[in-house]
Each structure stands twice: as C-alpha cells, then as structure tokens.
Design a protein around this ligand. Sequence first.
Ligand SMILES: [Zn+2]
Length: 254
Amino acid sequence: MNHSKKTKSKKIYIITFIICLVMATILFFTYTKLSNKEQNNDVSQNISPSSNTTLNEQPKDNIDINDPASQFIIVNKNRPILLSYVPSDLVSPNVTLNNQKSNSENSIRNIVAPNLESLFVDAKKNNLDLMLASGYRSAELQGFYYNNLVQSLGQAEADTVSAKPGTSEHQTGLALDIASTNRECYLEACFADTKDGIWLKDNAYKYGFILRYPLYKDKITGYQYEPWHFRYVGKDLAQKIYSQNTTLEEFFNL
Ligand SMILES: [Zn+2]
C-alpha cells in the first residue's frame, strides 16, 4: 500500500511536471509571437511616417524617377540606366525627320509622338520649319558617338558635350534634338538665337517638353547649354519646370 502510494504521488508529480512544461512552452511561443508582431508594427510605423513625409514634402506622388520606362526617369552621369534597356514602344513620329539618320534614331516613344506632332504643327503655323534631328539612340550608337568625340576633343571636353553609353537620356526614347530644316546653327549654342530656337524655348513646355540643359546650369546637369535638346516629361511637370526656371535635378533635389 505504501509502495503504491509512493508510485501514485510520483505519477502525479510527473504529470504535474509535464503539464507545467507544456504550459511554459505555450506561454513562451505566445510571447515570442506577440513580441515579433510588436517589432513588425514598429518597423511599419517607422516606414510609414517617413514615406508619408517624403510624399507630403514633395507633391510628386506616383512619380517614378528610377524606372527607365517611366516618363519621369532621370538619367544623368550619376544615374545610368542598363545598357540593355530598349523602350518597347518606339515609333516614327509624323514630323520632318533627319534624312541623314537611321530609322531607329528617327524614332521616339509612342507617348511622346502625338505631343511632338502637335508642337511641329503649331511651329508650322508660326512659320517655323523644324525637323527631328535625333531621337532614340541605343547604348551602342551612343557609344559610337561618344568615342568619336573623345578621339576628336579628348575625354574631358567630350564629357561636357556627350554622354557615355548608359548615361544618355536619348536611350530612353523620351529625349530628342530639334533643328531647323535649313540646319542653321545645327546642334550649336547659336541655335538659341534663331527664331526656331527662341520659339522652342518659350513654347515647348506646352507640349510636355523641357529644355533639359539650360544656360548656366551645366554644374547641375553636367552638360553645356544645349538649346536644341528637349526632354518629354508630360505637360504638368514641364509647366512647373518651365515656370520655376529649373532643371529636373533641382526639382527632385538630386
Ligand atoms: Zn540630345
């Protein structure tokens, strides 16, 4: 009897021990789960306010300046895009093209084409005779132009007027050079003083284009004044950049 009593209390002791162990395990896991959840909440709370702040500080919601397919992409010497990037919607716009360029270089992105066509129609109404001098350039073609300039000017000078492959916004299909059909001041600074250059500078924003490399902004953009080089960003942003007399880099605090 005594022996059986001892065995019984031993059994009770073991069962109690097991129950305690199970409860401790359950408590441990519940606590760990809760504490992880709290940590996750902390992380999301940390992200949310700062990203909201960024959006509030800059009323530029939904503007993607990193995706090469975005109309807001910012490409410059410090912000290259992949050499392999080719826009998927290149078209030949219905404007006067450069007969010395390939079909590829005479193309631009589909979202740009109707805006460029409207600009050309209105330029014609103002007795201007423009042509698309250069549109989309593959990284390979850009490399060809760049290397030619390095050979003729030396690298330092070439870098102020041309872009290394992957750093030219011509590769996005959103940038283009415009010239007079008579090639007066063709891709030269004096184009700014021609009636074509003056009209473009004052009106391109109405069609969604900005003068990408303005005068005295070379320290910011990395390029000398290019009164012929325009970049499509859409009418809304073009209007803001034009009225603020600024650049893409300054507008986005880059
Ligand atoms: Zn250009």
